[in-house]
Write a protein that binds this ligand. Structure first.
Ligand SMILES: [Zn+2]
Length: 107
């Protein structure tokens, strides 16, 4: 399961999809998910991954979508964690395998 976290990114409403922080998950996986949730709420990860920011391409895409007026602007943003961070996809998948869980998409 996943949770939705509402926040602001550079003055725009943002909605982050993050894994559920289930009590039943092993502690190392919980740590990775907690780090993802930390960044989604505007805080840096202990590995140094910074909260999401919009770049020029994102801002242009949002402006173009607003001009058409057909929908709420949507851009997909990703946080890049260090390779050894428990929040990184590869680390989370390895941890899941080690604990007998099915690796998944950790969004
Ligand atoms: Zn990290």
């Amino acid at each position: 399961m996943s949770d939705l976290i509402r926040s602001q990114v550079d003055g725009h409403h943002a909605l982050s999809v993050v894994p559920d922080l289930s009590e039943t998950l092993p502690a190392p996986i919980r740590e990775g998910i907690a780090r993802r949730r930390l960044v989604a709420t505007g805080h840096p990860c202990p590995c140094g991954a910074a909260p999401i920011r919009l770049n020029r391409t994102h801002r242009r895409r949002i402006a173009a979508q607003r001009r058409t007026g057909t929908t709420t602007p949507v851009v997909r943003l990703a946080v890049v964690h260090e390779d050894d961070c428990p929040a990184a996809d590869d680390v989370l998948n390895a941890l899941a395998t080690r604990h007998g869980l099915t690796p998944t998409r950790w969004t």
